[in-house]
Write a protein that binds this ligand. Structure first.
Ligand code: G4P
Length: 525
């Protein structure tokens, strides 16, 4: 197969949703279509007995949440789909944000009884940063739901994206009959209790087909009336608007009943963009460029206790990875030969032979790779746009055994390079302040410090309300600021200067007093 057709057939996406909307269930069904999943239900810690991986994964299991981001690849029809799982729990939003920089489209899942929920709003804001195309799946039609027209109105009003229904639901809850496919002009009938299989669903062509009346009775007339209304009130699918992130095709179904998920997948392979290029410091590279390039968006430690190591997740932006190839590690300016990159398969991993633009490869990391790092095989450049977010929660971390200060510092800096947490070292004292976006990160850090660095650490309260990275082009002004504000300045894990403010009022005063200094809530790697 030619290089170009390898690229054309790939789709790389992630699911965004509020917890409980059905992301895990949809992932399971999607993998069922791809035949990738051997044992249904091994994706989320809470359901799997056989995937006890490390102490900290034990913890996610106990809490019934998914902390890790995994990558799944599966064939669907004549395409190859990469699904990047994003942590469902709001505490791990930073990881989620960075994962969203590595995809070309997103599937937004909405619970039909609940509508647009808080976390979906936040995640949509993030997809807007790159105008990522969004496909929508409205889930749980086998339950009593809200009026579908209301739901679309809500998506349009709150998320500011136009909706183009591709399927339309018939009935709901116990009376859920199926969906009408507006583009195919056919009704696909739902049968309950078939969620574990790929259904050979019956479909009826045409809205005025007497078979339809025979199959769904009074619902047929209702559907015909409803569709007139829907066609008048909603948008038609517009490909350009979809690619610009301005319009979303909407599908209805039930993930649990495995109904509608295939319609959505058909839409994904047909409309979602093939692997896209990315901006770098010297310009832009397109996925059609045959020389290898990729960037690291996540680092994860001890994914498997059998291999106590850290894996850097690298999105291939252009070209092809081949076992044993040489690539340039741009930040450290060295060439490295990579023979042992891994691929991921619903939690398991295997040695990778080759990979193309759009794929995610796992690089073994012995400490030299950081989030945001670029690897290239041709021209040397660095990708931009992989953010760190200013933490909102802070604690001082202290050792039970004061002799292990070195290990503590090393552990924290490594965990911060992974993006598991952020660490701040004030200029004026020897405190170590841990900053997190979500409260659960604190527990993960202490558990991992103990398991991986053999340090026993505890937290204390600290008077820090927020942090900002500070920048100024004028070295003299920055120096003056450094002197005047030293009590509130700290270095983060990567030695970047940050202002740590005891209160929000203090921050605004500092901003007023130092108008030449930029106080930023994100920092690019
Ligand atoms: P999440 O990853 O987005 O958090 O959601 P998840 O798939 O875990 O789904 C949350 C709950 O909603 C689960 O039930 C799941 O079975 C249920 N669910 C998902 N899709 C559908 C659907 O189409 N219809 C109905 N009726 N339920 C659906 P749970 O009882 O919380 O979990 P579990 O005990 O089944 O694991």
């Amino acid at each position: 197969m030619s290089y170009q057709s390898e690229i054309e057939k790939r789709r790389t996406f992630a699911i965004i949703s509020h917890p409980d909307a059905g992301k895990t269930t949809i992932t399971e069904k999607v993998l069922l279509f791809g035949n990738a999943l051997q044992i249904a239900g091994t994706i989320k810690g809470k359901k799997s007995g056989q995937h006890a991986k490390s102490d900290w994964m034990e913890m996610e299991k106990e809490r019934g949440i998914s902390v890790t981001t995994s990558v799944m690849q599966f064939p669907y029809k004549d395409h190859l789909v990469n699904l990047l799982d994003t942590p469902g729990h709001e505490d791990f939003s930073e990881d989620t944000y960075r994962t969203l920089t590595a995809v070309d489209s997103c599937l937004m899942v909405i619970d039909a009884a609940k509508g647009v929920e808080a976390r979906t709003i936040k995640l949509m804001e993030v997809t807007r940063l790159r105008d990522t195309p969004i496909i929508t799946f409205i889930n749980k039609l086998d339950r009593d739901t809200r009026d579908p027209i209301d739901l679309l109105d809500e998506v349009e009003d709150i998320l500011k994206i136009k909706c183009a229904p591709i399927t339309w639901p018939i009935g709901m809850g116990k009376e859920f009959k199926g969906v009408y496919h507006l583009l195919r002009d056919e009704t696909i009938l739902y049968k309950s209790g078939q969620g574990h299989t790929i259904q050979a669903a019956r479909s009826i062509k045409g809205l005025h087909n007497p078979d339809l009346d025979a199959a769904i009775g009074v619902y047929a007339e209702e559907l015909r009336d409803m569709l007139e209304l829907v066609r008048g009130a909603s948008h038609e699918y517009d490909h350009e608007a979809f690619l610009a992130g301005e319009l979303t095709p909407v599908f209805f179904g039930t993930a649990l009943g495995n109904f509608g998920v295939d319609h959505m997948l058909d839409g994904l392979i047909k409309w979602a963009p093939k692997p896209q290029g990315r901006e770098h410091d010297l310009g832009r590279v397109d996925s059609s460029d045959k020389s290898f390039s990729g960037f690291v968006f996540k680092i994860q430690a001890n994914m498997d206790p059998k291999h106590r190591d850290r894996i850097a997740f690298c999105r291939v932006v252009s070209g092809k990875y081949e076992k044993g190839m040489k690539m340039h590690h741009s930040r450290i300016g060295k060439d490295v030969r990579v023979a042992d990159a891994v691929t991921f398969f619903a939690g398991d991993r295997s040695l990778l032979i080759d990979a193309y633009a759009g794929d995610i490869i796992g690089l073994h990391n012995h400490g030299s790779i950081k989030i945001g790092d670029t690897f290239t095989s041709g021209e040397k450049y660095r990708f931009t746009g992989i953010p760190n977010f200013a933490p909102e929660l802070f604690k001082r971390i202290r050792l039970r055994d004061p002799l292990k200060q070195k290990q503590l510092q090393k552990g924290l800096i490594q965990l911060s390079e992974e993006g598991a947490v952020q660490v701040f070292r004030p200029l004026q004292n020897n405190d170590l302040i841990v900053g997190a976006v979500g409260v659960l990160q604190f527990d993960v850090v202490v558990a991992r410090l103990k398991a991986e660095y053999n340090v026993d650490a505890i937290y204390e309260g600290v008077a820090v309300a927020t942090a900002r990275w500070v920048y100024c082009d004028d070295a003299r002004k920055l120096d003056e600021f450094r002197r005047k504000a030293e009590v509130n300045l700290a270095l983060d894990g990567g030695d970047n200067l940050a202002y740590i403010a005891p209160t929000m009022v203090n921050l605004s005063l500092a901003q007023e007093r130092h108008p030449d200094i930029e106080f930023k809530t994100t920092r690019e790697h």
